[in-house]
Design a protein around this ligand. Structure first.
Ligand SMILES: Cc1cc2nc3c(=O)[nH]c(=O)nc-3n(C[C@H](O)[C@H](O)[C@H](O)COP(=O)(O)OP(=O)(O)OC[C@H]3O[C@@H](n4cnc5c(N)ncnc54)[C@H](O)[C@@H]3O)c2cc1C
Length: 315
């Protein structure tokens, strides 16, 4: 902890940089699961010069051996009860879209739902499939998020990153580098700064109606009923049915561990019933995976990401 504070004081973060800085920030405030202990330091940069400032921060952190975790909307992560050591760089202060006739450049901290709205307002389709999905554009690119038959990689044109040498560089879209819920950024330690997407002219009314249906479908499926990270496990098309149906088929809906529960309305959503700890969620996911392996011989792959300072036993 002293190293983190010293590092941030040395580079004058908080005073010289625009944005918000807090020490011992509860990560439960920044995750859709509403769990997670304190981050040693949490920093949300804002302002036009802050990407360059982040290059300074990331380089100093690497030189001092301080880990930095890039946070989007916290919609796909389970942060350990002991929190996160080092610095959490919260990108949600970087928002905004700029348009050409056939594409949009979106800053990484913009939430995907409002990016979809901004496109629809200009009668441009492409991001509408993401309406209602929690999280940021940076997180959606990193995860290659997928819903309603489309993946982010279907519309991605270019990603701008701070690379491993802290240079701000464009990464042209390479279809071979993306697959189901996989992006090349998962194998790198980079900060996604913005992304541009291909758009097509469409009637604003048709787009608004399509987005209304997506949001209503999520509402009906109970996505927003209790805190969660959406799907707990990836789908594996080789199983012949969605993971939720596999879990349902084994009667595991409603299974509880502490404050975590397999939603009693959806087999592939673990929810926080109010007082869950991160260990409850992770333990319950393990229990479900064990039951599915024993009963059906299938190996579930967790979709939500375990982040932070986990105990050996918990992990
Ligand atoms: C109710 C609900 C429904 C959901 N439905 C879906 C769905 O239909 N389809 C789907 O695919 N997902 C779904 N999810 C999961 C989640 O919305 C997506 O995975 C989303 O893309 C995560 O984005 P985020 O900004 O919250 O990322 P986070 O959870 O904050 O981070 C996820 C990963 O991305 C990295 N990351 C985030 N931003 C950056 C950045 N700027 N630079 C570098 N790395 C970064 C983080 O380090 C982390 O490793 C759902 C979640 C919820 C809560």
């Amino acid at each position: 902890m002293p190293t983190v504070r010293k590092l941030l004081e040395k580079i004058n973060i908080g005073a010289g940089f625009e944005g918000e800085l807090r020490y011992d920030e509860p990560m439960s405030l920044h995750t859709t699961f509403r769990v997670g202990g304190p981050a040693d330091a949490w920093y949300r940069p804002s302002g036009d010069r802050s990407v360059e400032a982040m290059a300074i921060l990331l380089k100093a952190a690497r030189d001092e051996g301080v880990p930095v975790f890039m946070l989007g909307g916290g919609a796909n992560i389970v942060v350990a009860d002991r929190g996160i050591r080092g610095v959490v760089l919260d990108t949600t202060g970087w928002t905004g879209c700029s348009f050409t006739d056939s594409s949009v450049l979106v800053r990484s901290g913009t939430d995907v739902d409002s990016a979809a709205d901004a496109c629809a307002e200009r009668s441009l389709g492409g991001l509408d499939f993401l309406a209602g999905m929690p999280g940021t554009v940076g997180g959606a690119v990193w995860m290659n998020a997928r819903c309603y038959g489309s993946s982010v990689s279907d519309v991605l044109q270019e990603t701008e990153i701070l690379d491993e040498d802290f240079r701000r560089v464009p990464v042209p879209f390479d279809p071979a580098a993306f697959s189901y819920k996989r992006s090349p950024f998962q194998d790198r330690r980079v900060l996604i700064v913005s992304a541009s997407f291909r758009l097509l002219p469409r009637s604003a009314d048709a787009l608004r109606e399509a987005m209304r249906l997506h949001r209503a479908d999520r509402e009906a499926k109970g996505h927003y009923r209790l805190p969660s990270a959406g799907s707990s496990f990836k789908n594996d098309y080789a199983y012949g049915k969605p993971t939720g149906a596999v879990v349902d088929g084994l009667g595991l809906r409603g299974l509880r561990l502490g404050g975590a529960q397999v939603a009693d309305w959806h087999g592939n959503i673990i929810v926080n019933t109010g007082n869950a700890r991160a260990t409850d969620i992770r333990g319950l996911a393990r229990l479900v995976a064990d039951r599915v392996r024993e009963a059906a011989g299938l190996e579930l792959e967790t979709e939500m990401l375990y982040v932070g300072d986990w105990d050996e036993d918990e992990a």
